[in-house]
Design a protein around this ligand. Structure first.
Ligand code: HEM
Length: 152
């Protein structure tokens, strides 16, 4: 417990710089758009995953309900990325997120792997200096910890 050694200091810096670059872009809907694209890609890979998001109006990705969900997910990731410099707190935060996901029936480890691939597809489209290796090491570490108690 307390260790979060998945990604190096350079990886963290790369990920934090990339994250900052994206959100400082000119238009404010950026966070929502990135998450919407990630979910669209995820649902193409795994159409059944859509059923998990009925409560947040997944039938209409542009609905206020689904956009608000997107913001919650991106903000969750934002918090985790900021905490990469404080691994003890990060782990507690990720375990908290993990419990929230355990409470949602049908959410599986596999979904987090698929989402990782979706991010890998979307991020290069919105960033000029995307470092896939650093991003993946950090993202996978975060995702693996959140999903560690979910079924495969
Ligand atoms: C690093 C990746 C992820 C982060 C940071 C994240 C973050 C969040 C956050 C902050 C919430 C809101 C929690 C709440 O208010 O109770 C949430 C809800 C949820 N997440 Fe995730 N999530 C991630 C990946 C996933 C994946 C891969 C799936 C499954 C495909 C998933 C399924 C859900 C579901 C079903 C909800 C509840 C939606 C509702 O309100 O009905 N999440 N997530």
């Amino acid at each position: 417990d307390g260790e979060f050694a998945c990604c190096s200091t350079e990886d963290r810096q790369e990920m934090q710089a990339l994250w900052h670059e994206i959100w400082s872009a000119q238009f404010t809907g950026r966070r929502v758009q990135v998450a919407q694209s990630v979910f669209e890609d995820l649902f193409e890979r795994e159409p059944d995953a859509k059923n998990l998001f009925g409560r947040v109006n997944v039938e209409n990705i542009d609905s206020p309900e689904f956009k608000a969900h997107c913001i919650r997910v991106v903000n969750g990731l934002d918090t985790a990325i900021s905490l990469l410099d404080d691994p003890f707190t990060l782990i507690k935060q990720l375990d908290h997120l993990g419990k929230q996901h355990q409470n949602r029936d049908g959410v599986k480890k596999e979904h987090f792997e698929l989402m990782g691939r979706s991010f890998l597809k979307v991020m290069p489209q919105v960033s000029s200096c995307f470092n896939a290796a650093s991003w993946s090491r950090c993202f996978d570490g975060i995702a693996r910890r959140i999903s560690s108690h979910l079924s495969a």
